[in-house]
Design a protein around this ligand. Structure first.
Ligand code: HEM
Length: 682
């Protein structure tokens, strides 16, 4: 297409859209959800903000109610894109959970799917098990349309990450937590990290105050790399050396969240797919800058998906692999990696329990994997496995980093106001870790472990007998963790779902709309569960929603008696259910991991890993604002304004934290645990 034809096409289309939007004004009688008035032609584009859209959406919900609509282009245009924001627990559950079958699809994105992943013509596919059109980002689980592919992928995810599988990772999680802590303290005291870095806030800080960020990335990356690919980063946490797979993930996650998914992941080319055919000579125009960008990003994405998977297969061929999710599912005498069987004796010890590995092996040999005689089916299986593996790795990075950054932000505030949160948490933890200065000498000082989290209690079952339930051993630490999820809100607008058929819904009455009438949600609308507005709801959490206050999650004595039984309390099923229902409604975990059939499959893993990280940090280190020497030679405390510039995750811009061991005793315990965990990983 030459430049002139292309210009004529654009002008022609713009004019016809304008005419259409004027005529649509009279014709449009369909009741769509309320929302700010769309402008002719462009719709609500000016109501969308690139930064913290969840805050704007929450304030719009106060005016328009818990179901409101914005539209990219005027809603009367057939190519307009409705964006529907759900802002209360009831509407999220009613639509995304109860009607999950029609609300489980994902946006069909030209930029993310087709342009940033599709490489059929430029990439030589070496493996005989691949088939065309594989390299699209929409093969990543979070982008996969709802259907047989997403169901197959989620089945694989369940095999690795369902609740009952998590104890198999206990050793790995404990090892990595100890490694992370050693790295943290070593970076803090190392002279090598005394260089300075500039922050987005224009201040400059010694790099040791920011060392926690790459260390969390490594921690999150190592957990999934071990489980999925059996890969161990060859250097310890105390050595600040780059690693091929961690660096690759870092680049690609940056591309995904700050590139492809910036501005909500919807590019102009997603609305006008024909823009992708623009001639190369147009690429100097800002409007078409997405084309060269997509080519560069695509190349990186392919590497990210292919390289770790190829690495597993190569290790299997040599027989030197650590058994992992991928290797166990690939392993089969008549599969593509025959020599793995003959070289079994060289295989290294896995980070995963033998029971889980053998459960994967048995599922793999019957239910999940077709035999190699069924070449097409096998290619499909390997394709699903490769993308599912990559999806687990990609999805765990930014989310875990963001959660830990929220934890540090909360602790900085706590330090400003006298460290009450830390004091109360330590009162519980010190009883088992023996890390207080005055802990009895009978308790051998140690780090917390995942086995410390619950105690078994027998509670009345309402039929005259008892049943065994798990009761949190450290209620205040649990409350801190719940408050980190609530206060931080890692993915404030959830990831968008797509509605696959028209739906009519009557929202529950709200103060802004006491007598709601049915609204039509159009097929193809993108649905955003506004988790931020729910977790900042005054109705659910009171007026101090912006404060970090774990106490809001502590059980009253009465609730404790009802839930966990007491000799002088008679069991009342209705009351028990009522308290559980109310607590579930206020529990951030009911929201922060998304909704319905697309809920986060990694939540059981992070629930364990983040708990241990939180409990370990609370037990062992003091967190303070950094201090730097001013021009007058005096120390001054650095107070930074924290900004949230990522449009998908509520990731704070880097901020400095001064992290030191709480005491000599804590330092000794950390170093000891770090050394033995390092030895174990080799
Ligand atoms: C730190 C905490 C994490 C948070 C807050 C979080 C949150 C979320 C949210 C909100 C979604 C979107 C759900 C929806 O569309 O309704 C999601 C999807 C997903 N998460 Fe997580 N996540 C976390 C960690 C992880 C980890 C560690 C893994 C894997 C090991 C993981 C794997 C995934 C995958 C594969 C999806 C896509 C699911 C689908 O679309 O079917 N996440 N997560």
């Amino acid at each position: 297409m030459d430049v002139l034809t292309f210009l004529v096409l654009i002008l022609g289309l713009a004019y016809s859209l304008y005419i259409y939007s004027r005529s649509g004004k009279q014709a449009d009688t369909v009741r769509i959800p309320p929302g700010p008035k769309p402008l002719p032609l462009i719709g609500n584009i000016f109501d969308l903000t690139a930064k913290e859209l969840w805050v704007k959406a929450t304030s719009l919900a106060q005016t328009y109610g818990p179901v409101f609509q914005l539209s990219i282009l005027h809603p009367s245009l057939p190519i307009s894109q409705p964006l529907i924001f759900l802002s209360s627990p009831e509407v999220c559950f009613d639509l995304l959970d109860k009607k999950g079958g029609i609300y489980a699809d994902k946006p069909k994105l030209v930029m993310a799917g087709e342009l940033c992943g599709y490489v059929q013509r430029v990439y030589t596919i070496k493996s005989s098990t691949t088939h065309p059109s594989l390299y699209r980002c929409d093969n990543m689980v979070a982008f996969t349309g709802y259907g047989s592919q997403s169901r197959r992928q989620r089945k694989l995810l369940g095999m690795a990450l369902s609740k009952e599988k998590i104890p198999a990772y206990q050793g790995l999680i404990e090892r990595e937590t100890a490694g992370f802590l050693t790295g943290l303290l070593s970076a803090h005291s190392s002279s090598a990290s005394s260089s300075t870095v500039s922050l987005p806030s224009k201040s400059t800080l010694p790099s040791r105050f920011l060392a926690y960020i790459p260390l969390i990335r490594r921690y999150a990356g190592q957990l999934t790399l071990s489980v999925i690919y059996g890969y161990t980063v060859p250097t310890s946490y105390t050595q600040n050396v780059h690693d091929k797979f961690l660096d690759m993930a870092e680049d690609c996650l940056d591309i995904l969240s700050n590139g492809i998914a910036s501005g909500g992941g919807i590019w102009l080319v997603d609305i006008f797919p024909w823009l992708k055919k623009a001639p190369k000579s147009f690429e100097f125009l800002p409007l078409f800058s997405f084309l060269p960008k997509s080519r560069a990003w695509k190349a990186k994405m392919i590497e990210f998906v292919e390289k770790p998977f190829e690495w597993v297969k190569a290790e299997m061929q040599k027989g030197t692999h650590k058994p992992s999710f991928c290797s166990t599912l690939l392993e089969n005498p008549d599969a593509v990696v025959p020599s793995a069987e003959t070289n079994r004796f060289k295989k290294r010890q896995s980070d995963i329990s033998p029971e889980l590995l053998s459960s994967w092996a048995s599922v793999s040999s019957n239910a999940v994997k077709p035999t190699s005689s069924n070449a097409k089916g096998y290619a499909q299986f390997e394709f699903d496995l490769k993308w599912t593996a990559n999806s687990m790795y990609s999805a765990s990075g930014d989310t875990t980093v963001t959660t830990v950054m929220h934890y540090f932000l909360a602790l900085l505030q706590d330090a400003d106001s006298g460290s009450e949160v830390v004091r109360k948490a330590r009162m519980e933890l010190d009883l088992v870790t023996g890390l207080a200065d005055d802990s009895p000498s009978t308790i051998k000082p140690r780090l917390p472990s995942l086995s410390d989290r619950y105690i078994d209690v027998d509670v009345p079952d309402g039929k005259g007998g008892t049943r065994r339930v798990k009761k949190p051993r450290f209620p205040y630490v649990e409350a801190v963790m719940s408050e980190v999820w609530r206060w931080g809100v890692v993915v404030p607008l959830n990831l968008p779902h797509r509605l696959t058929q028209d739906d009519v819904y009557t929202p529950p009455p709200s103060p802004s709309n006491p007598h709601p009438t049915p609204v039509l949600l159009r097929k193809g609308s993108l649905i955003f569960g506004n988790i931020w507005s729910i977790l900042r709801s005054h109705e659910l959490f009171g007026d101090d929603v912006d404060d970090f206050r774990p106490e809001r999650y502590l059980l009253s004595t009465h609730e404790d008696n009802v839930l966990y039984g007491s000799h002088n309390h008679s069991y009342d099923e209705d009351e028990y259910e009522m308290i559980r229902r109310e607590r579930r409604k206020r529990d951030p975990r009911s929201y922060v991991f998304g909704f319905g059939r697309r809920q986060c499959p990694g939540q059981n893993l992070v629930e364990s890993s983040v708990w241990l990280l939180t409990a370990t940090l609370l037990s062992t280190v003091d967190v303070r604002r950094p201090c730097v020497e001013g021009e007058d030679g005096k120390e001054r405390v650095v107070r930074e304004n924290v900004n949230f510039n990522n449009s998908v995750f509520r990731t704070p811009d880097p901020f400095g934290v001064d992290i030191r061991p709480r005491s000599e005793k804590a330092l000794e315990v950390i170093m000891l645990a770090g050394e033995s965990e390092e030895a174990e990983s080799l």
